[in-house]
Design a protein around this ligand. Sequence first.
Ligand code: PXP
Length: 239
Amino acid sequence: MSTKLSVNLNKVALIRNSRGANLPDVIQVAKDCEHFGADGITMHPRPDERHARYSDIPALKEIVKTELNVEGYPNARFLNMICEVVPHQCTLVPDPPGALTSDNGWDTISNQSMLKEICDRLRDNGIRSSLFVNPDNSMIDGAKEVGADRIELYTGPYAHNYFHDREKAICNYREAAIHARNIGIEVNAGHDLNLDNLNFFISQIPWTAEVSIGHAIICDALYYGLQNVIQMYQYQINK
Ligand code: PXP
């Protein structure tokens, strides 16, 4: 099974919101990403809707033909919207409302009862659940315990340390991904992945089910264009 590339469109929504009209059109960009070879579309509405809006999610569900992954902090508004729209996957992140970006995984042990209740609700609604976690075996055990289908490994520290010592940077990610595989939970990965560090990550953890990448894809698209960039990322995944 090859790793799927889910393109996170939050940055596209951020540019749209900066002018108040509908340019760029997130829905058209999602369609184009799929046409250019993306395996999925990700969006992460935050309570202040500074980039993705809650209303983007049902509109995306209407048109996405691959897989729609919606990320977010599971407050009541988010969960009600998710259960109404039924995306293919819901990735739960522990961000407090004002967070600039997701920069830490769940404590799956201290939040056990809440996460179990939410994962049960997602399953009952036919939605695959994924929990954003650091590469820490006890947190992965906790994710399994609450019934999550997948974990998403928070790859910020991997990306940060990659240029300094990539073997060292991947070490605990590989161990965590092996542990996840051994206990029967699938592995996604995301945050700060880019054209430099993506291939090494996949070569070391080829059973990664999905990577979700936003910031770097949009930055690279300024120079190379979105169509080229999606193909360049697919090349890094599959070479
Ligand atoms: N995964 C999660 C949970 C995120 O919050 C984000 C950022 O929205 C990403 C992946 C994508 O990170 P990046 O934009 O750095 O590629």
